[in-house]
Design a protein around this ligand. Structure first.
Ligand code: F6P
Length: 526
């Protein structure tokens, strides 16, 4: 079926997307509305035949069977022998979820209640600053969420320290009062070197300021004994199970900083949004199913058309960290070259995901998107309504810019129009030369997701939408979206290089480049 997709790509190669709109029903036919959201993918080359092949691909890959297996707690993460049940964390009123015959929901809901008690306690108390120490999935979700839900943030200030670069924690602590700062050590494994190094530095900072660590640390982890060994008492440890992947974990204990920021009710609204998307994903027909459609568009652009990257462009400034969040979610999940059965993938995996909020991106990299030689499918996100009631004209301009970009990408500007633009300034060969620079090839695909307003519930829907999109793409590619072996080698080598950098071990058996780099560092560090 991959070959059918490639054949379609060849068939549509010379076609103009805008011409497809001669069919008056195109916009309605190539879009879907659900849960207060409109996903419009009509500004792509997808037509009825392409859609048929994509749906057939999804069916042949048994997307629905795999989806049901995931929700049923089967061990679909086969390389780690684990279930994949981050959906249980937002299953507020969905009944039992079993893993190995045991219902996990009582524990999930009890942990959520405990989190809420602590969060409300902190929100009412003396704490002015909360510092979440974590990296990857133990950082990106909460950071993204706290920024996204700024209008609902009525708790203490939240800071996020992730990088092992001492600059990160030093810059953060400079603004904090040791008497009123709480540290959350967020690490699924509680072994991640960056996080443990930063956590120890935070402890030393308190000691240095003469403040006891008692009651100043909270741990979020599947490794409860390690959190205890670090000195965090059991009543301040919020555990979760290994069936929650790191990059899928913001719905549970890893979301504690977000809960402290916005409060328990708003956090539960976020979970409800996620759960609503779960139900939609489970119940809607493939052709009306938002995560499935988003995934099929992704497959079409990457594996079908061969576009190597996709840009995520939120016209919603508070989603400024969504692209970074999605980089981990999508690339750590689906950036793999080996299928679940150990064979090589027959198609490319990926794609590279990147982006920035519009309109800022327009004044930076949109030049390449419009006129560069590589086609970058763009995924726009925009709210129908902003939060700033007194700044409605800002929001109108924002929406206008978002819609203008997808229109410009599709239409482009012909040489004839470009000539007309500058005909009063140039003539002859110079007119031709100048005009060519002003041509926009157009025919560049984009999708737009419009939602009502970025409130906690909507954020939950958006994040769950992308999670399930990644799942569907992974199933179609035949890979395991829930492991991440590709991050291991670098970690091992970094551990081995530590003593070489500090000078505690001789530089032996290293390649010439590494020796040269180490030598420069040694010569130029005190
Ligand atoms: O980078 C690899 C990784 O394991 C991610 O998958 C994870 O989100 C991150 O490290 C942090 O891991 P932990 O939460 O165990 O500290």
């Amino acid at each position: 079926m991959w070959i059918d997709l490639k054949n379609h790509a060849g068939r549509v190669a010379d076609r103009r997307i805008e011409d497809l709109f001669q069919d008056q029903s195109r916009a309605a036919n190539f879009s879907a509305t659900a849960l207060g959201m409109l996903f419009d993918f009509s500004k792509t080359q997808i037509d009825g035949e392409v859609m048929e092949t994509l749906i057939a691909l999804a069916k042949a890959s048994e997307v629905e069977t795999r989806r049901d297996a995931m929700f049923a707690g089967e061990k679909i993460n086969e390389t780690e022998g684990r279930a994949v049940l981050h959906t249980a964390l937002r299953n507020l009123d969905g009944g039992a979820v079993t893993v190995d015959g045991a219902d996990v929901m009582p524990e999930v809901l009890a942990t959520l209640d405990r989190m809420e008690i602590l969060a409300e306690d902190i929100r009412k108390g003396e704490i002015t600053d909360v510092v979440n120490i974590g990296i990857g999935g133990s950082d990106l979700g909460p950071v993204m969420g706290v920024l996204a839900l700024a209008p609902y943030h009525d708790g203490p200030r939240c800071h996020f320290v992730s990088n092992v670069d001492g600059a990160d924690i030093a810059d953060t602590l400079r603004g904090c009062d040791p008497q009123t700062t709480l540290f959350i050590v967020a690490s699924k494994t509680f072994t991640t070197i960056e996080t443990m190094t930063n956590a120890r530095t935070a402890k030393a900072w308190l000691a240095d300021k003469g403040v006891s660590s008692d009651g100043r640390f909270v741990a979020l982890s599947t490794n409860v004994p390690a959190a205890g060994a670090f000195g965090i008492p059991a009543d301040r440890v919020f555990g979760f199970e290994d069936w929650v992947g790191g990059r899928y974990s913001m719905w549970g204990p890893i979301g504690l900083s977000l809960m402290i920021a916005i409060g328990g009710d708003a956090f539960r609204a976020f979970l409800r949004g996620g759960q609503a998307m779960d139900r939609h994903f489970q119940q809607a027909n493939l052709s009306e199913n938002l995560p499935v459609l988003l995934a099929l568009v992704g497959i079409w652009h990457n594996q079908g058309m061969g576009y190597a990257s996709r840009a995520v462009l939120p016209y919603d400034n508070r989603l400024m960290r969504l692209p970074a969040y999605l980089q981990q979610l999508e690339m750590e999940s689906n950036g793999k070259g080996v299928a679940m059965d150990g064979t090589d993938l027959p198609v490319q995996s990926g794609p590279v995901v990147w982006g920035e909020p519009g309109t800022n991106g327009q004044h930076a990299f949109y030049q390449l998107i419009h006129q560069g030689t590589a086609v970058v499918p763009c995924e726009f996100l925009v709210a129908a309504e902003g939060h700033e009631d007194d700044l409605k004209h800002h929001h109108q301009l924002l929406v206008a810019n978002c819609l203008a970009q997808s229109e410009a990408l599709m239409r482009g500007r012909s040489l004839e129009d470009a000539r007309a633009k500058v005909a009063d300034k140039f003539e002859g060969d110079e007119l031709e030369r100048q005009a060519r620079h002003r041509v926009f090839p157009g025919n560049r695909p984009s999708t737009t997701l419009v939602y009502e307003k970025l409130d906690p519930e909507t954020l939950g829907k958006i994040i769950a939408l992308y999670e399930h999109r990644v799942f569907v793409e992974g199933v179609i590619l035949g890979i395991n979206s829930y492991d991440q072996w590709g991050v291991e080698l670098g970690k091992e080598l970094a551990t081995a290089l530590g003593p070489l950098v500090s000078g505690d071990a001789p530089v032996e058996d290293k390649d010439g480049s590494t020796v040269q780099l180490l030598s420069f560092v040694h010569r130029h560090s005190a």
